[in-house]
Design a protein around this ligand. Structure first.
Ligand SMILES: [Ca+2]
Length: 86
């Protein structure tokens, strides 16, 4: 949990919000073990629009947590044995 907060602030700075380029850097530098790096601007635009729930073109910590939840959920599915294969 502390790591998530530290990483967020490392990229958001004192304004505590991520702009699109900062979100891209965060994902590509810190989360590349979990999700694919973002190379396409379309992919970044889509992800950013999904996360930016209040439409202010910045990602606050609450909106960022939705990304963490999404990635954690995806990881959980990867590591959970599929009962239909057993
Ligand atoms: Ca926002």
């Amino acid at each position: 949990m502390v790591t998530i907060i530290q990483v967020f602030h490392k990229y958001s700075g004192h304004k505590c919000k991520l702009k699109k380029a900062e979100l891209k850097d965060l994902i590509n530098n810190e989360m590349s073990h979990f999700i694919m790096k973002i190379h396409e601007n379309d992919t970044l635009d889509q992800l950013f629009a999904d996360l930016d729930q209040n439409g202010d073109l910045e990602i606050d910590f609450k909106e960022f947590i939705a990304l963490i939840a999404m990635v954690t959920s995806a990881c959980h599915e990867l590591f959970t044995p599929n009962p239909t294969l057993q």
